[in-house]
Design a protein around this ligand. Structure first.
Ligand code: HPA
Length: 247
């Protein structure tokens, strides 16, 4: 069964049929919301709202460990993370979809490993390729099959938030090699890796990053929300299609 973590613009997976919600708890506390189990075109899926049902948990306060642990209990075949991003690369515009292939992590003070505590051996998990190759390919192929344009290579910069970046910070991220910027990709991706759950992301470009395009002077949140609403329809369609090739 595939698991979906929904971000801003995707707090409810309204298309799920026969949906059933299950409140779960973990050794790391409660996940952001109840898990929703349901069918999409007859195929099972579990959904979790990263920021909570009412979109009240900011990126730096998401209990990433509880979220990933709770999903693991469902024995998922993979996790697809849906998340909004700002675009740094000039050819990425609001509304575009990106399937990132690399991560640079700028977050701090987030619980970012399961391997800690008095009885836990020091563990350095391999993270050379942070996203699962097969899951990424399934997303790219599903997008192609429904005629959705996606950028299939992008470096994702994870910033701490919840504030947006300064223009100078975005220039620095670009010099570092980042193409898009978001606040939730880490430690989510590495926690999934630690538990050996295949993980891939689909990013919706919500806005030009600070100092770029029409965000030259400021970023307008209302514009972000309306972009997300439209683009999410494509995300639903890609996931639906992907399920046909995912066991
Ligand atoms: N920066 C960081 N995270 C984001 C942005 C942004 O510009 N847009 C959506 N998530």
């Amino acid at each position: 069964m595939l698991a979906i973590i929904g971000g801003s613009g995707l707090t409810r997976f309204t298309r799920l049929e026969e949906a059933e919600r299950r409140q779960v708890t973990t050794p790391y506390g409660n996940p952001s919301a109840a898990l929703t189990f349901g069918l999409l075109s007859g195929r099972p899926l579990v959904f979790l709202a990263r920021h909570g049902d009412e979109h009240t948990i900011p990126p730096h306060q998401v209990n990433y460990r509880a979220n990933i642990w709770a999903l693991r209990e469902c024995v998922p075949t993979g996790i697809v993370a849906v998340a909004a991003v700002g675009s740094i690369r000039s050819d990425l515009s609001p509304g575009d979809l990106v399937i990132p292939h690399q991560i640079i992590d700028y977050t701090w003070a987030r619980s970012s490993t399961f391997h800690e505590g008095p009885h836990s051996a020091v563990t350095h998990v391999d993270f050379t390729e942070p996203y699962d190759h097969v899951l990424r390919r399934q997303l790219v192929d599903a997008a192609a099959a429904i005629g959705a344009r996606v950028s299939e290579a992008a470096v994702y910069a994870a910033t701490q938030g919840p504030r947006l970046e300064t223009a100078a910070e975005i220039n620095r991220l670009e010099r570092d090699g980042a193409d898009v910027v978001g606040m939730t990709g880490m430690p989510e991706a590495v926690l999934a890796r630690e538990l050996a759950i295949p993980y891939a992301a689909i990013n919706v470009v919500a806005n030009y990053a600070a100092g770029r395009g029409d965000s030259r002077e400021a970023i307008r949140m209302e514009a972000i929300l309306s972009v997300l609403e439209g683009a999410m329809q494509q995300v639903f369609a890609i996931i639906e299609r992907m399920l046909t090739s995912h066991d």
